[in-house]
Design a protein. Structure first.
Lengths: 266, 330
């Protein structure tokens, strides 16, 4: 079976969930604004916007909406992967997936793509209009570039997400572990708290996450500190390629464990 | 002869935790299968018949590559279920738990399209097959074509589940209690289709159920399974033949004053007595040789002033066969 066919099937599955469940769609559009409003509220309460501009070099509204969009894009698209085995177990489809001859790597690498496409379009309802208001035509161009860069950021995250998913789901009551993994990722991606300010251990762990390099690319684009953007992309891709065979291995190990215990059918 | 399914001495133990307190627990080992062996050929429906917890679903799961056996061997379409799981998966259609296993926000057709992709089917070939199955299972008539799965009735869910099992036109079907909880028309439709698929489609079908009536009308061969062991195997008629000449005699007697239990005291048989209205008694006797003892029992009743209203002899049912083999009733 071709990868395109698997992708088509996943598109239909995800879009049926989003478009037939209107609240999901509305939440998706509103999320960057809600998160930005919340962060700005906290930020303005604690310090002044002028200080923020002096320290970071970007208007806090622009910075926060970008951070929220980045976080949403990366986390929500990999969330599809992180929660999918639990969702499939809950509704009973896992049995038929595991009893089918489909390549597990093909299926699991296709799972985040539909949501990612949707999120890329959400860039046009969040960062692109805000950038345009703040910077005019150059803001529009910058917005489009940031959306494109983030698509790459999400794609390089997929192999890493497969490793995390299939490792976490080897543990009993894996949803508890996921509730720890997700907030950790939020911090370690460096979207709100740039990794250059992190302690050394945090910086090293963050550097092992492919998307964190792409997040830094976006931050550099915003602040005008362009420097070695290409190197950051290369590191992200090298990490993604390194995690791919590891992902295949952890997928097999996860499936073996499921089958050894017996796939739940009821 | 090439068998569709061959299981040799399958053993499976589950380890569960027995809670003994807040901090204390012990490991409890449950023997789900204790050496199950059988063969199933193409063109026949082989029924795995047994009560809840007998090992039916465990057997199906092992054959569907969803569970590893502790020991023993199983081959499906000639492939080992442990070492050649990928090849096994290409040769089976699976139907487990009727009421779940689909995506709620997809229609019946969209669900089938999704699962067709998992089986490597796409484009025109998949569409053609799905159209055929939707018609075959009358899902178009019931609205399954455009209704979301979450709006389906249980009968429609079962039909869709069978349609998925048939998607890849696999030569072997593993159906786990496919009519459980269904309304009579849906259950009948599925039973008819199963027989048709085996007898005219040449498919090998392993069919689990705990419904004796269903097993008798659907299955060509029945494997009676109890506590993880196959206790008997054969066609329904063969199985009935194999139990000793156990006959069930139904007696209806009438008496206003007599002691209905007294004549039954010394007989070597199981019996059930029901007291009805107007001095009527209904007695069910399980006798090995009714011709030898029935006459004497009747004489005792007549002597005690009972009127014999009716005598009826019954052949053993599959249920009697099952009880005989699983509980050692003689």
């Amino acid at each position: 079976m071709s990868y395109v066919d698997v992708l088509k099937a996943e598109y239909k599955l995800v879009y049926s969930e989003v478009f037939r469940r209107k609240t999901a769609l509305v939440t998706l559009v509103l999320y960057p604004y809600i998160f930005t409003a919340f962060t700005l509220f906290v930020g303005y309460a604690a310090g002044s916007p002028r200080m923020f501009v002096e320290r970071v070099g970007v208007d806090p509204v622009v910075y926060m909406i970008t951070a929220s969009f980045m976080l949403m894009s990366i986390l929500v698209s990999i969330d599809e992967l992180l929660w999918r085995p639990l969702f499939d177990t809950y509704i009973g489809t896992i049995t038929y997936i595991l009893a089918s001859p489909i390549s597990r790597l093909k299926l699991y690498s296709a799972i985040p793509i539909p949501r990612l496409t949707l999120l890329a379009f959400m860039g046009f309802t969040s960062i692109v209009p805000v950038y345009t208001v703040y910077y005019g035509l150059s803001g529009l161009v910058l917005g489009l570039v940031v959306v494109a860069v983030l698509v790459v950021g999400c794609l390089v995250m997929i192999p890493f997400a497969i490793v995390v998913t299939t490792t976490v789901h080897r543990v009993g009551e894996s949803w508890r572990a996921l509730n720890i993994v997700r907030p950790l990722m939020m911090v370690l991606l460096g979207v709100y708290y740039p990794r250059t300010y992190m302690p050394l251990v945090g910086y090293i762990i963050s550097s092992l996450i492919p998307s964190s390099h792409v997040v830094e690319v976006v931050q550099r684009l915003l602040t005008g500190m362009q420097g070695n953007l290409f190197t950051l992309f290369v590191i992200a891709f090298i990490l993604a390629f390194t995690y791919t065979p590891l992902g295949q291995f952890t997928l097999k190990a996860w499936e073996h464990k499921k089958v050894k215990e017996g796939v739940k059918t009821s | 002869m090439d068998y569709a399914v061959e299981a040799v001495n399958l053993v499976k133990k589950y380890r569960t935790k027995k809670r003994l307190g807040l901090f204390k627990s012990a490991v409890e080992v449950v023997e789900a299968l204790r050496g199950v062996s059988f063969k199933a050929g193409y063109g026949e429906v082989v029924g795995l018949l047994g009560p809840n917890g007998a090992g039916k679903t465990t057997t199906i799961k092992i054959l569907a590559t969803l569970l590893l056996p502790d020991s023993g061997e199983a081959r499906v379409a000639g492939y080992d279920v442990v070492k050649e799981a990928d090849k096994v998966r290409k040769n089976i259609g699976l139907m487990l738990t009727v009421e779940r296993g689909f995506y709620g926000k997809l229609t019946g057709r969209e669900n089938l399209e999704y699962f067709a992709t998992l089986y490597g089917m796409s484009g025109g070939k998949a569409k053609e097959r799905i159209n055929y199955l939707i018609k075959l299972l009358e899902l178009d008539r019931l609205g399954g074509d455009y209704k979301l799965y979450e709006e389906f009735s249980l009968g429609m869910k079962a039909r869709l589940s069978l349609a998925r099992a048939l998607l890849s036109d696999a030569p072997i079907l593993l159906l786990d209690e496919p009519t459980l909880g269904l309304d009579p028309p849906s259950a009948r439709k599925i039973r008819e289709l199963v027989k048709e698929l085996a007898h005219h489609g040449g498919k090998a079908i392993l069919y689990t159920t705990h419904n004796m009536f269903e097993a008798e009308i659907v299955c060509d061969v029945i494997l009676l399974i109890n506590r993880g062991v196959i206790v008997a195997e054969g066609t329904p008629a063969e199985l009935k033949e194999r139990i000793p000449k156990l006959k069930v005699v139904n007696l209806i007697l009438k008496s206003e004053t007599g002691d209905v239990y007294a004549p039954l005291k010394d007989i070597d048989a199981k019996y059930e007595v029901k007291v009805e209205e107007n001095g009527l008694y209904s007695i069910k006797l399980h006798l090995k040789k009714p011709e030898e003892v029935l006459d004497e029992i009747l004489k005792k009743y007549i002597k005690r002033g009972f009127e014999i209203v009716s005598i009826k002899m019954e052949e053993p049912t599959l249920e009697d066969v099952f009880i005989y083999f699983s509980e050692g009733f003689t």
